[in-house]
Each structure stands twice: as C-alpha cells, then as structure tokens.
Design a protein around this ligand. Sequence first.
Ligand SMILES: Cc1cc2nc3c(=O)[nH]c(=O)nc-3n(C[C@H](O)[C@H](O)[C@H](O)COP(=O)(O)OP(=O)(O)OC[C@H]3O[C@@H](n4cnc5c(N)ncnc54)[C@H](O)[C@@H]3O)c2cc1C
Length: 209
Amino acid sequence: MGIATDEARQTSVFIAGGGPVGLAMSLLLDRFGIDCVVVEKSPTTTDHPKSRGCWVRTMEIFRQWGIEQAIRDRGLQDNSDMFVFLDSIAGHEFGRTRPEPNVGHTPAWKSLVAQDAVEEEILRVVEKSRHATVLFNTACESFEETNSGVNVTTRCEKTGEVTQWTATYLIAADGAGSQTRRSAGIEMVGPSTLAVMSNEYWRADLSRL
Ligand SMILES: Cc1cc2nc3c(=O)[nH]c(=O)nc-3n(C[C@H](O)[C@H](O)[C@H](O)COP(=O)(O)OP(=O)(O)OC[C@H]3O[C@@H](n4cnc5c(N)ncnc54)[C@H](O)[C@@H]3O)c2cc1C
C-alpha cells in the first residue's frame, strides 16, 4: 500500500502519458507559458524504435519548435527511404523502390528518424522548460471531475507512494488503449483492432549491404 501525501499538488494541465503526444503537448503548453505535469508510468521514454520516420508536416512543426535539426541529426541520411525485396537479409535482391525525390516544396524535408530518438529529443527540450514537469515511474491511477477542474491520483511505480493532484484540465495521452479515455466514458469510433502486427527488433551492422 502506498502512502498518500498530505497536500494535493496543483497544476493547470495534467497529462497522463509521456509518449510522443504527451511530451509534445507539454512542450507546446510550455511555449504558451502554461504550467503542466506529465506522468509516465515507464522509467524512461520508449526504448523500442516504434515509428521509423517523421513526414514533412511533422518536420515542419519541429522546425517551428526549434528542434528540427536535433531530430534530423538522429535520423538516417537523406535518400535512405526505400524498400528492398530480398529472399534473405543478405541474400538475392529482387528489386528496390526508389527514394522519394525532394523537389523543394518544403524547407523541412522528411526524416527517417525513429521514435525513441524523437521522444528523447522532445524530452531534452521539455526538461529545460520553465513550465513543464515530467515525472517518470508515475502512473495515473484515477481521476474525478470537480466544479473547477479535476482531481487526479497518481502512484509511484517504484515506491508505491500515492499523490493527489488538482488540475484545471486533464489530457489523456496514455496511448491508443487509454485507460483515462475509458474512465471518462469516451468510446473509440470505429473498429478497435485494424490489424495485428508482429515486430522483430535486433541490432546489426548492415552498412556493407
Ligand atoms: C512496434 C511499433 C511500431 C510502430 N511503427 C509505427 C510507424 O512506423 N509509423 C507510425 O506512424 N507509427 C508507428 N507506431 C505507432 C506509434 O508508435 C504510435 O502511434 C505513437 O506512439 C502514439 O503516441 P501516443 O503518445 O499517443 O501513445 P504512446 O506512444 O502509446 O504513449 C502513451 C504513453 O502513456 C504511458 N501510459 C499508459 N498508461 C499510463 C498511465 N495510466 N499513467 C501514466 N502513463 C501511462 C505509456 O507507458 C506510454 O509511454 C508503431 C508502434 C509500435 C508499438
């Protein structure tokens, strides 16, 4: 059993979940001078690469936020966007797609940069911000709406300590299966499962290929 702290902590915007949506939201709120707290139940940002690229519109937005170059520097070189069809990873090549040509429609061309790097770069900015706080190892347990906003209960994943928060707004950024969304009685629109996928994640030096 955790121990509840005596005083409720206060923030304007409480964000449940520190994935790309929660972290980006905190960066944006900070830019508007609005204080916020992000709680993320994992100990760190994702260690799985997940998404493997940011398209032009995302890079344009990162440019406005001043983090385009830092994120681009973590990605693959331009013209790496291709699919190669092989009978094994070092075997016979049947063919490959051509990289999408950059015809200069945007100053912020897409980048093949993985989500773990993107999250780290956003976090780097948020950690230096004046108005946003990110708490890892902290799960959003429950919340209740009040006349002036919302009361939120969190639990530290390491110590079990329970903390009460008051906030004007609560943002459910805890992923597609969001417990916060479900608790608020907000249904998903459309089918809940679009596809079942499997990922194999390994590291190897493939530069000679
Ligand atoms: C293997 C894989 C490959 C993918 N590939 C691609 C791709 O190629 N292109 C693409 O566009 N997308 C891809 N995606 C999808 C992409 O990763 C998601 O769309 C994106 O992460 C969604 O961001 P999010 O912030 O909404 O949610 P999430 O990234 O799911 O973040 C939610 C966060 O909330 C935290 N959380 C959950 N519950 C609580 C709680 N109660 N309290 C506190 N924290 C909580 C979770 O730990 C998590 O860190 C991939 C996903 C996976 C898993």
